[in-house]
Structure formats: C-alpha cells, structure tokens
Design a protein around this ligand. Structure first.
Ligand code: NDP
Ligand code: HSE
Length: 442
C-alpha cells in the first residue's frame, strides 16, 4: 500500500494525541484511505523530555528544517502554537510544496490572510479543523456541509478551559483558581492561560468562524472581548435562582448587513441547549437560512479529541493527494473572500437585557436612587431581588436587578452615574443576558 509521509512539529498535548492515533488507528485509517500514513519525523524543543507515546521508527529532532526539506514528506503538521516561529514554519512548508495541517487558532486569527492566500496561490491544502471546537467538525460543516446556506448567526461555547472552570465552580463549588489548575493539569489550557480566561482564545476562534461563514475577514482585534475572571460564586448562585446559567459565549450575528461579533460571559436560560453544555464540552449553535438552527457538541480540548480532528485533516489532505485534487476546497471557504466587506456593530449599540448586582449600604432611598438613574437613561427594570446582610463581610447588601432590553451605551452612562452615589460600594457587576434565538435554542 502506498505510504504518505508526515512531518510533525510539536509533541505536547495535541502532538502526542496525534502520534497515538496514527499508531493505534493505522489499520483502520489505511482501510478507509487506501494508503498508509507514516509519521516519519517529529521536531521538538527538547530531546530529553519524556514522551508519553512510543516513537519506534520515528526520527525525533530539534531541526525543523530537516522536516521542511525532506522530499518524502508530503504533509507538515504544526502543533507548537503561538505566532513565531509557527508562522515562518507554516509559510516555509507551503513554499516547499508541502500541505499543512495546524490547530493554531492564534496564528490563523492574526496571520490568516497571508497564510490562506499563500496556500491558495500555491494550490496547497491547509487543514485547520482542530483550531476551533477541538474534536467538533465545525470548519468542515461551514465550508462543505452547509455550503448552500447564507449564515444568519452563531452562538458558541468554544473555550473548553473556561467552560470547565465555570462548570466546576457552579456544580462542585470549586474556586476559580482550583478549577483553572485542574484544567491545566488535564491539558486543556493554552501555554499562557490568560488567553483562555480573558476570552482571547474564544475571540480568535469566533473571528475565524465568522470569516469562514460570512466571507469577509474579521480581525480578532475587532471582536469585543471580556473574560470570566470577574465571575464570582455569588453571581453564579443568583443567576441560578433567576433561572439562568452563566457561560462564556462567543457570538456572531448578521443583522441588516452588519456583523455583531463578541465574546463575553452571559446569562443563558437554564432550559436552553447551551446552558446544559458542561465541563470541557464545546457547542456551536449555527443558523443557516436553509438548514435552520443546528447544534454541534463535543469535547473542545484535550489530546485525543483534538488529535482526532488533526488526523481527520491529514486524511482529507491525503485523499486529495491520491486523487490529484489538492486545493479543491478554498482555505477561507470563499474563492473571492476579499470581495466582501462587512461593517461591524459597535458594542455600545447592542440591545439586550442585563443582570446587574449592586453592593450598597442598607439605607433608605438607595434603591430609589439607582432606579431613578436607570430611568433617566431609558432603562426599565424587570425584577429586583434584595438580599439580607448575611453573605457580605462588610455592612453592605446585594441588590440584584434584571433589566428589560436596553441599549448598552445608555447602560454604561447609567452605571457611571450610579458609581457616584455615596451608598453604592464597589464595582457594579453587569452581565449580559443572551436570549437571542441561537442562545435560547432548546
Ligand atoms: P503544548 O505546549 O502541550 O506542546 C507544544 C509542543 O511544541 C511541545 O512538544 C514543544 O516541544 C513543541 N515546541 C514548541 N516550540 C517549538 C519550536 N520552536 N520548535 C519545535 N518544537 C516546539 O501545546 P498543545 O499541544 O496544547 O497545543 C498545540 C497547539 O494546538 C496550539 O496551537 C494550541 O492552541 C492548539 N490546540 C490545543 C488544544 C489542547 O487541548 N491543548 C486543543 C485545540 C488546539 P517540547 O515538548 O520539547 O517542549
Ligand atoms: N485552550 C483551548 C480551550 C484549547 O480550552 O478551549 C482548545 O482550543
């Protein structure tokens, strides 16, 4: 059976998963592909570090160039992460005539146009299924399965680390730091976990998904981004009392020719599909005008789920090689992506309901002062819960309000004015309530 040789750069969490799958599933893949995938060379930083996978017959090296210049190797798999030297390796591999598979969303969100255009111009395949949603085949779904649809919106949980943290805080009462440590030990978090907990990883992923779905390049910097570091057990508890769960959502909606793309924690109704996606699971609710709303769900991080997506891409590329059909699917989903440009909506124009928690001195007139300021800014209150002094360490009480739909610009002005009220203490907690069709799907 014909061999197809692979060069792998990076043998950490995902690289090890890929090496394991290529070995354990060699027979199954050969039977499905009609060729043998052979892992020929693997490049790492340290030759001394123990690897949790047998590497008999594989050449382990620190010389990435030896992979890029090996004429036997047809496919380079980049699994080192980060911007440089990953960008240089990917571009060099394409220029050396190799096809490339990567799981590196940071790289593609920053250098996507350059890398996609290089692959397209050289008619090399570029697989990046594992860059969003771990094992979930969302890239292929957008580019191929749902190709006949105009996409209308997406509501996603696309960071496994933060979903794991929020689930462990909510269901087992762990602290943020305890849950983060577990996620790191399980191999879910990025090398710098700030990317996860500050929402940057999810912003990179939704920028990428939006670019593929809507056909216009969406820079990551244009995505409004808030992470989960200010979410407390207190707010998780109040949200639950009100019939909601708190999730880090990545949202992209096309409305009247404008794109609303954002990442932030949100209250989602407890009965909705997304509210019930726990642990490391990711989910993408995607709305196409022909197919309607669909939800894809699966493990969003970890060695084997992510390795499964990487190997899926390798097989896809190998099939194209065997059929002389490389470059069949354009990397950016559109043949002419540069032809479209979509204005983005500013966060100040967003209209939604809000969860607000004020920490106030328990004095007469406080509630009236807050309600008055909200009213002056055209924000009406749907419900109020005032808690007794029990939980607070000082002499303040929590006042929780749910607003009716309001414009974010107005809310920000109102919160600035409320912060100046003498009996309001500390920073007010403000979390958006996501009740769009996509987030509410059930
Ligand atoms: P790890 O940190 O676990 O592994 C990185 C690997 O790359 C290590 O083997 C390291 O070598 C090697 N490496 C780093 N720099 C170089 C270099 N300059 N030259 C050669 N080798 C290098 O990362 P992950 O496996 O977690 O992530 C890899 C990629 O996959 C990232 O882009 C990440 O965002 C993405 N991803 C990760 C997921 C996950 O669940 N972890 C899920 C989806 C995507 P050494 O071992 O010698 O230090
Ligand atoms: N750190 C990422 C996450 C890995 O937790 O989702 C998967 O992309």
């Amino acid at each position: 059976m014909q061999p197809i040789h692979i060069g792998l750069i990076g043998l950490g969490t995902v690289g090890t998963g890929v090496a394991q799958i290529l070995q354990e599933k060699a027979e199954l893949i050969a039977a499905r592909l009609g060729a043998r995938l052979v892992l020929k060379r693997v490049a790492v930083r340290s030759l001394e570090r123990p690897r949790g996978v047998p590497l008999a017959g594989v050449q382990l090296t620190t010389e990435v160039a030896s992979l890029l210049h090996d004429p036997d190797i047809a496919i380079i798999v980049e699994l080192i992460g980060g911007y440089e030297p990953a960008r240089t390796y990917v571009l060099d591999a394409l220029r050396q005539g190799k096809h490339v598979v990567t799981a590196n969303k940071a790289l593609l969100a920053r250098h996507g146009p350059e890398i996609f255009e290089t692959a397209r111009a050289l008619r090399r395949d570029l697989g990046f299924e594992a860059s969003v949603g771990g094992g979930i085949p969302i890239i292929r779904t957008i580019k191929e399965g749902f190709v006949a649809n105009q996409f209308l919106g997406m509501a996603c949980i696309i960071n496994g680390t933060t979903n794991y943290i929020l689930s462990r805080m909510s269901d087992q009462g762990l602290t943020f730091q305890e849950a983060l440590k577990e996620a790191q030990a399980l191999g879910y978090a990025e090398a710098d976990p700030t990317y996860d907990v500050e929402g940057i990883d999810a912003a990179q992923k939704i920028a990428l998904l939006s670019s593929l779905a809507f056909g216009a390049w969406v820079p990551q910097e244009a995505v409004y981004t808030e992470g989960i570091t200010r979410i407390t057990p207190l707010d998780i508890g109040y949200a639950r009392e009100l019939g909601y769960r708190i999730k880090l959502l990545a949202l992209a909606n096309l409305r009247q020719g404008r794109l609303d793309v954002r990442v932030h924690p949100a209250l989602v109704p407890a009965r909705s599909w997304l509210a019930n996606v726990g642990g490391v699971y990711n989910a993408i609710v995607i709305h196409g005008d022909m197919v309607g709303r669909n939800m894809l769900i699966g493990r969003g991080a970890g060695a084997l789920p992510t390795g499964s997506a990487v190997v899926g891409d390798i097989v896809d590329v190998a099939r194209n090689i065997l059929n002389n059909s490389t470059g069949r699917v354009p990397p950016q989903a559109y043949h002419t992506p540069e032809a479209r440009s979509l204005p983005l909506q500013d966060i100040g124009e967003l209209v939604c309901k809000y969860y607000l928690r004020f920490q106030v001195l328990d004095q007469p007139g406080v509630l009236a002062a807050i309600a008055g300021i909200l009213g002056q800014h055209a924000i009406s209150i749907e419900s109020v819960i005032q808690k007794g002094r029990g939980s607070a360490k000082d002499d303040t009480v929590s006042v929780v309000m749910m607003t009716h739909e309001a414009q974010e610009g107005n809310l920000r002005h109102a919160l600035a004015a409320i912060a100046a009220v003498p009996s309001v203490r500390g920073e007010t907690v403000c979390i958006r309530v996501e009740e769009t069709e996509e987030a509410e799907a059930q």
